[in-house]
Design a binder for this molecule. Sequence first.
Ligand code: UD1
Ligand code: CA
Length: 470
Amino acid sequence: MFQREKGPIFAAVLAAGKGTRMRSNRAKVLHTICGVPMVNYVIAALAPLAPQRTLVVVGHQADEVDAVLPPKVESVLQREQNGTGDAVRVALEALEDEDEGILLVVNGDGPLISDRTLAELVERHRSAGVGATVLVAEVDDATGLGRVMEDAGVVRIVEEKDATEEEKRVRLVNLGLYAFNISEIRHALGLVGTGNAQGELYLTDALEIIGRKSRAVTYRVKDLQEANLVNDRSHLALAEEIVRRRILDAHMRAGVTVRDPVSTHIEATVEIGRDTVILPGTFLRGGTRIGSDCVIGPSTDLLDTLVGDGALVEHSVGRGAEIGTGATVGPYAYLRPGAVLGEVTKVGAYCELKNTKIGAGSKVPHLSYIGDAEIGKGTNLGAGTITANYDGKDKHHTRIGDGVFTGINTNLIAPVEIGDNAYLGAGSVINKNIPPGKLAVGMPARVIRDAPRKPKDGEKDERRRAGTEE
Ligand code: UD1
Ligand code: CA
């Protein structure tokens, strides 16, 4: 008793449950907040405490949860989800030789918890010299949470389903975060039974056992925001709102202007350089990285897209694209995977680019679809220039040199190559390679055969009745 526990810290993240109240086919801890699975937030908060080992107890959709975990943590399988006490038992089995130090237990569904609070919990536990310390909060609405009763070194937690009317009125709740002396929790879990409303092994019962033996204490979270646990989708939205604002604040502190935080969604993984301005209605997601001095938005949605310094991207969508330094994109451009825009390029209104490289200074200003193409430097594609890259079976490549000029409504039937400084007349249909420096025009439409037969009105009705019309 009163022994300051100075040994190592081990961490157990409980993430095996299904999360019934989410009404989801996906395990609760896999639901994302600002693009990152919930379980990864608690793991990140644990990292500064440098646990000797971090064990994540997985069960429901174990493989899927395992797949999102960072490399340094270990997952351990809880075959049947028999309760939080059983989950900790599984973690302790993996720590079989450890009998000294602290086991920090963290529910996987408290994504807002900070590393500071975890460190304070451990500090409180150590300085109190007790067997167990639990993080608690006094909340307005305690619905669904374990109610905490503390008395002379014994902390008793009653689940709502097991609580009396009087106990239900208690507003001090268990946040599902505990520091245990590892030997104490090992011993206590051996004594816990399943005689409760859910027939589960409650971790909280171990707390009372430890309290009677070696004292237990509570520690109150300072910032009540951290007490937002996620049990259903409305909690999920609340957590997202808080995390989203935290991310925006961090960018603003680092020198990014966010004109309208309310309508701006930036995922935790995104990087932005200083003096960039983010305009309203913008979504920046996944591995998106934005340089400095850019203007992004309004109404722009970039996923896994790289943007160089000084670029302007307005009312546009990017998916796995690269936008060069000083480029301008939009309004209403759609850059699909493999669209790589060189320096000071322009992709304008109603243009779609896929798997296409555009050299420095080139322009695709209006109404174009360019797919599977490589465009040199200083080339200008006229309004409505289209690559016919797909023949109905295979995709083909188009190569356009430097300094090329295409007239409006040029059709490039791939595979085809246009030499440097070639000039293509308006409306031309190019199905042969054009040598450098040449002017090519035409391929005017000509009558070749009868048009495909259209069904007569009567036939159409018949087909509709037969349900065969497409
Ligand atoms: C638990 C606490 C409750 C507390 C609440 C805070 C118990 C008995 N009750 O209740 O006092 O107020 O957390 O959120 O501990 N899990 C497993 N394996 C299992 C069961 C659960 O890994 O067999 C994991 C879940 O994935 C989840 C966490 O443990 O991350 C909490 O489980 P959950 O069922 O949400 O616990 P609550 O009933 O909310
Ligand atoms: Ca439960």
